[in-house]
Design a binder for this molecule. Structure first.
Ligand SMILES: [Zn+2]
Length: 479
């Protein structure tokens, strides 16, 4: 089933366990003199931009001699169009296939020899590559990563082999997984014309028809210094990072990048619904509503709505005392499980969704009624101070926990930069959560959760034997 992952929870869903490090940057040392672009220090984070447009973010964290090096490209499935869906994720796979100076498979071997870890991931909003190494290896991984930013060799034979890998990945994660399939179908009707509807892995029909040239064009179009953010967190000196960045990334030319068209979702003028059947024991239901994010909000009122929706998500779902589990799973016992999901940092208009598995004997319609009852409560009664305090305590705990992981810190910085949100979003998060009022929560519940703006997805058992699932995917992105 789907997981509710708010801004911080996404950032903390580390690909590996981070080291216990603490930030220790000097807020008062604002500049370096290596090039004309100064290092700016704000909120404990140093940042600068190379002449070729590469944005660099450095956060010092000196508790262990470790460094996380990440490159984030502003490209993902919601930059794609029909016919080539999934091409961002496929390109991520192909990025391990070598350059003129690094043979196929050698990238990973080299990082492994350093005793480091490395991988990559693709989401709807971005594609990122990372390595975690001892600080003495920072220069080497920067050289390696900078090389494949521009010098990737795309080869027909490797392409065909990797297409098979991705085909199998799609089969395992989505086609053989009724819950993933339901989410994919739900999402494709929740958005009719916005590329938010495109699954990260791509439609199978498109995967089968990709050409090598599609990958080549995608690479040339988006993999450029002025479409990337380099994030380095750990036991590093920003001046040294800048020196290496100039040396290895600075040699690449700026590209002429056309920003993607807005492709704004058309207004929803009625309920949208789909029912599918699959090999499942119990039915599943997803109810979703189009909502703004911090990125799509055009003014302060819009941003307040995004924070109110985030708090609302935590009131409904977040821990055992949150409303949905408390009242619908433990209380009425009508639902076997239920989750609420909203991502305030989405680049495009997104969904606030409720996903649930009804208890045995409860129909999908009765399950929906249960959730509508909770929605009605939000619309007619103000949330209590106690509930708001619980949400705030959770947000504060997540913030502190994030500081424990160099990777967690880098993930937040890279994702914010990639969707165009200021880095200060992170440090202002708790303050903004604290400012959300019961009236604002009630207002967003009334405005966005209506019968006419509902998108409904239902999965019913088809009577077939339930397969053992591997590698389920949901909102989070792919590797
Ligand atoms: Zn993959």
């Amino acid at each position: 089933m789907l997981k509710r992952r708010s801004f911080f929870i996404i950032a903390l869903s580390s690909i590996f366990s981070g080291c216990a490090l603490v930030s220790n940057i000097d807020n008062t040392s604002p500049t370096s003199s290596i090039s004309k672009t100064p290092i700016v220090v704000s909120d404990g984070v140093a940042s600068f931009e190379l002449d070729n447009g590469l944005k660099v973010i450095v956060k010092q964290d000196h508790r262990a001699p470790v460094v996380v090096h990440q490159v984030w490209y502003k490209v993902g499935s919601n930059y794609e169009h029909n016919g080539i869906t999934g091409v961002s994720h496929m390109l991520e796979h192909m990025m391990f296939k070598g350059t003129k100076s690094v043979k196929v498979g050698d990238f990973s071997k080299k990082v492994s020899k350093m005793g480091g870890q490395e991988n990559a991931f693709t989401s709807s909003d971005y594609t990122a590559y990372y390595q975690v190494v001892g600080k003495q290896h920072l220069e080497s991984v920067m050289q390696l990563e900078a090389d494949r930013m521009r010098n990737l060799l795309l080869d027909e034979e490797q392409f065909q082999k990797e297409r098979d890998v991705v085909t199998e990945e799609r089969r395992l994660r989505t086609d053989d997984n009724p819950s993933s399939k339901l989410y994919e179908q739900f999402n494709a009707i929740a958005f009719l014309n916005s590329p938010q509807r495109i699954p990260v892995i791509g439609w199978m029909q498109d995967i089968r028809n990709w050409q090598l040239q599609d990958l080549q064009s995608w690479y040339e179009q988006w993999y450029a210094p002025n479409n990337a953010t380099l994030v380095v967190v750990g036991d590093v000196d920003p001046v040294k990072v800048k020196e290496y960045a100039e040396k290895y990334y600075g040699i690449h030319k700026k590209s002429n990048i056309m920003p993607p068209k807005p492709q704004l979702e058309i207004p929803q003028i009625g309920k949208r619904a789909i029912t599918i059947k699959g090999a499942t024991k119990l039915p599943s239901v997803i109810m979703g509503f189009q909502v703004p994010s911090l990125v799509t909000a055009s003014n302060e009122d819009g941003r307040k709505e995004a924070y109110a929706l985030d708090v609302l998500g935590d009131i409904l779902d977040g821990d055992d005392s949150a409303r949905l589990t408390k009242f619908l799973v433990r209380g009425s016992k009508k639902l076997a499980s239920v989750e609420a999901y909203y991502r305030a940092t989405s680049r495009l208009k997104t969904s606030f969704s409720f996903s649930m598995t009804p208890s045995a004997g409860v129909t999908p319609e009765q399950a929906q009624q249960q959730v509508w009852q909770e929605i009605k409560k939000l619309q007619t009664q103000k949330v209590t101070k106690k509930e708001l305090n619980r949400v705030l305590a959770q947000a504060e705990a997540a913030y502190v926990y994030r500081q424990d992981s160099v990777n967690g810190q880098a993930m937040v910085l890279g994702s914010l930069a990639s969707v165009g949100l200021p880095i200060s979003t992170l440090d202002n998060w708790i303050d903004n959560i604290r400012k959300v009022t019961p009236e604002e929560i009630q207002a967003v519940a009334k405005k966005y959760f209506t019968q006419d703006t509902l998108t409904l997805g239902i999965l019913l058992p088809n009577g077939e034997k339930v397969k053992k699932l591997r590698g389920a995917s949901s909102h989070g992105g792919l590797r």
